[in-house]
Design a protein around this ligand. Structure first.
Ligand SMILES: C=CC1=C(C)c2cc3[nH]c(cc4nc(cc5[nH]c(cc1n2)c(C)c5CCC(=O)O)C(CCC(=O)O)=C4C)c(C)c3C=C
Ligand code: FE2
Length: 419
């Protein structure tokens, strides 16, 4: 049982009075009360989002400003070690999300500090840490490393190749993922860095992506941000306040299989490079036709305001459809039945040294109840016909099953790694 170790429970269980004790790297370290008082705590002011709950945070949580997403490959074949790692990650995630440094009460002078320290002085900054399991956790190179192949959700498919894909394998897939979002970039970076550090010897980072300026609003209270093409992005996104839509489209339901995923969700990520130099040469009307929306107001063609309902049948005086048959919003709406929760971020990784062009775009993140019925049909349609394809290339792809949230004293993944 992944009982959360708190400073109080440790003090009680070890019977040490006037000293702080914590578990660091598998060992206990003692510290005097004076040292504890001198420990620089992170500002716990501002909003801290709870780690424990029915669902993992970072899914319907209103999107924060910054992202550090990381994918990991496991180095061990030991099921118990993976279970322990998930326990350690959950404890650490809960601590960091509360705005406190790791091992707050322990800084033995002759050991590396338990916390790397760069987030000291920052508040919780709405940090959320979301953990997911990739298809290769369940079966890799034909091997059932952890005895869980028969627990692999049918919805956790290998995403099929899509037209125009230019996926880089070293930037795709992975056994585990960690999505850290925060309103401060250093806090998001710190979270991933420290989880990677705690995994040393058990897992290595396979790829990671930094993101800035959320490119989707996920809550009604948020203003719609603009993506790097300058368009409002997220206008018609699902909004977390619509609980019944979340149950219908995002959360794995009470009758869905496998049981260990109930209350969880599936995430698909795509690193989508934008060819901004060509985009910037396109005239305004051409840019707007690609989406079927106006650039400045965000209104759909034929409408005045951003949130006016899109009318896919609207025609001009000559009977021509206002929104092109291959415009992004028309294809993304489809027959109106498929909904996903977009939670992406803009990214830039500097420039492409071969072409001299910007290496920048959208790190697309979408949560859903079943990617076979949501992301795959949606992206198949977009990949074939979207006018936007002239200006973008998908360079990385990954899918992860994000289990339900954990109750206090438990850990994320305990529903799968029961014992
Ligand atoms: C597979 C799903 C999607 C991918 C991949 C995708 C890439 C992508 N989108 C934009 C910009 C915009 N997308 C907009 C709307 C929109 N996009 C998707 C899905 C994918 N987009 C959906 C489901 C929707 C909503 C459709 C609707 O119901 O109206 C918009 C319009 C504003 C909005 O509603 O958010 C923009 C702008 C880019 C730049 C991009 C890849 C780089
Ligand atoms: Fe889109």
């Amino acid at each position: 049982m992944g009982k959360r170790l708190t400073r109080r429970t440790l003090l009680v269980s070890t019977g040490v009075a006037g000293a702080g004790v914590a578990l660091v790297g598998g060992g206990y370290a003692l510290k005097t009360a004076q040292d504890v008082a001198a420990t620089p705590a992170r500002k716990s002011t501002g909003t801290a989002i709870p780690f424990y709950g029915a669902h993992q945070s970072g899914i319907v949580t209103p999107s924060q400003e910054h992202l550090h997403f990381a994918s990991f490959d496991l180095l061990t074949n030991d099921r118990a070690a993976v279970r322990s790692l998930l326990m350690i990650w959950s404890n650490a995630a809960a601590t960091m999300m509360s705005g406190h440094p790791l091992g707050e009460d322990t800084t033995p002078p002759l050991a590396p500090p338990a916390d790397t320290g760069e987030a000291l002085g920052h508040g919780a900054e709405n940090l959320t840490i979301t953990i997911g399991f990739g298809p290769t956790l369940f079966i890799k190179d034909g091997k059932d490393r952890y005895g869980i192949t028969n627990q692999r959700p049918a919805a956790l498919i290998d995403i099929p190749p899509m037209m125009g894909d230019a996926l880089q394998p070293q930037r795709s897939n992975g056994d585990l993922c960690v999505q850290a979002c925060a309103d401060n970039p250093q806090v998001a970076f710190h979270a991933v860095r420290n989880l990677a550090r705690l995994a040393r010897g058990l897992a290595v980072m396979r790829w990671s992506q930094l993101g800035f300026n959320r490119t989707a609003s996920t809550s009604k209270g948020q203003e719609t941000p603009r993506n790097l093409m300058g368009f409002k992005d997220g206008t018609n996104n699902l909004k977390s306040e619509d609980a019944s839509l979340m149950d219908q489209h995002i959360w794995v339901g009470a009758n869905d299989q496998p049981t260990w995923m109930r209350g969880g969700s599936y995430v698909v990520t795509r690193r989508i490079r934008m060819h901004l130099e060509s985009w910037d040469r396109e005239h305004l009307q051409g840019q707007e036709e690609v989406f079927g929306r106006h650039k400045i107001s965000g209104a759909a063609f034929g409408k005045k305001e951003e949130f006016d309902a899109v009318d896919l049948n609207a025609k001009d005086g000559k009977g021509k459809l206002l929104i092109d048959t291959n415009a992004h919003v028309r294809l993304a709406i489809g027959d109106g039945t498929i909904k996903i929760l977009r939670r992406g971020y803009s990214y830039t990784d500097g420039m492409d040294s071969i072409t001299g062009e910007l290496d920048a775009g959208l790190f697309f993140i979408a949560y859903q109840r079943d990617p076979r019925k949501q992301f795959v049909p949606l992206q198949t349609q977009l990949a074939r016909n979207d006018l936007l394809n002239e200006y973008i290339t998908h360079t990385s792809s990954a899918i992860f099953a994000c289990p339900p949230g954990a109750a206090q004293g438990s850990f994320v993944g305990e529903t799968l790694f029961v014992r």
